[in-house]
Design a protein around this ligand. Structure first.
Ligand SMILES: O=P(O)(O)O[C@@H]1C[C@H](O)[C@@H](CO)O1
Ligand SMILES: Nc1nc2[nH]cnc2c(=O)[nH]1
Length: 313
């Protein structure tokens, strides 16, 4: 079964799937996985519609789509127009694929990503990553909005992702579940070098040059399934586990990128401090997330644009 069969004809917001297990004990996520050939068809379709030939792909986090807006010579495609793509359902995720130039390089940017809590299986959330690969993308840059677990992080701080904790993976939820597509990558990919060391170093150096070092860190991102924000006990547990920030995205995208040999770089904006104290009345909310993204978005855009200027393609 292809991804197309689980999305209705209008490709509306109901690309969500039912929860049943497939035939022969094959899990739902493998059934929803597009084959190499199907991904290639989407990639060739997009390349036939744009004159751009991007080597760098970008995925913009909640409220951080301004980066895609700043792309020059834009050619944009609503996800609704792209065969087999899901659609964005979350405020702050415009739902467009933007081709053009940034920092003097050809890029393709997702202005809006797909999260598992929207009802999409991880394999469908990450379809665009494989499509990017087949369009020629070699480096993936992802941003996200995240809650600060590290007590020394403030709202508005930026964290270069050094490593991640794949919490959904602990319960058997991984975008690579199902038959392996050997043409993309190996059955058992290593994940000990998920986030490219040189790109991390470059980001921190550029941060210094831009005088951003007073609000920049390097640390560990933990992904949870959402859509609930964390309980206080969960936050305490995640901190003990070594996480500095928590979010609901990124990890599945980076797994997919690394599986097919792309270089990956990720950056989190601390949009809120996680509530860690039972005497606090503060509550996490998406409005605060979008408000912080608006405030710090331009700085993150500057940083990513400078990185792209320096990345050799
Ligand atoms: O897409 P990202 O990870 O930036 O979005 C975060 C996680 C949830 O989707 C949302 C919660 O406010 O922001
Ligand atoms: N899981 C999670 N995701 C977020 N995205 C932005 N803030 C948060 C948060 O506090 N928790």
């Amino acid at each position: 079964m292809s991804a197309a069969t689980i999305i209705n004809g209008t490709n509306g917001t109901n690309g969500q799937v039912n929860g049943t297990n497939g035939k022969n004990g094959v899990s739902q996520s493998s059934q929803n996985m597009c084959s190499y050939e199907e991904c290639d068809k989407i990639a060739q379709h997009l390349l036939s519609k744009t004159r751009h030939r991007p080597k760098i792909g970008i995925i913009c986090g909640s409220g951080l789509g301004g980066l895609a807006e700043s792309v020059e010579n834009k050619e944009s495609f609503s996800y609704k127009e792209i065969p087999q793509f899901p659609v964005s359902t979350v405020p702050g995720h415009a739902g467009r694929l933007v081709f053009g130039k940034l920092g003097g390089k050809e890029v393709v940017a997702m202005q809006g990503r797909f999260h598992p809590y929207e009802g999409y299986p991880l394999s469908l959330c990450t379809l665009p990553v494989r499509v990017m690969k087949l369009m020629g993308v070699e480096t993936l840059i992802v941003t996200n909005a995240a809650g600060g677990l590290n007590e020394s992080y403030e709202v508005g701080d930026v964290m270069v992702i050094k490593d991640h904790i794949n919490m959904p993976g602990f319960s058997g939820n991984n975008p690579l579940i199902g038959e392996n597509e050997d043409k993309f990558g190996p059955r058992f990919p290593a994940m000990s070098s998920g986030y490219d060391r040189n790109l991390r170093k470059m980001a921190l150096e550029i941060g210094k040059e831009l005088k951003f070092d007073n609000f920049m860190h390097e640390g560990v991102y933990v992904m949870l399934g959402g859509p609930c924000f964390e309980t206080i006990a969960e936050c305490k547990l995640l901190r003990i586990c070594g996480a500095d920030v928590t979010g609901m995205s990124t990890v599945h995208e980076v797994i997919m990128a690394r599986h097919c040999g792309m270089r990956a770089f990720g950056m989190s904006l601390v949009t809120n401090k996680c509530v860690m104290d039972y005497d606090e009345d503060r509550k996490a909310n998406h409005e605060e997330v979008l408000e912080t993204s608006k405030r710090r978005g331009e700085d993150m855009q500057k940083l990513v644009t400078k990185m792209i200027e320096r990345i050799e393609v």
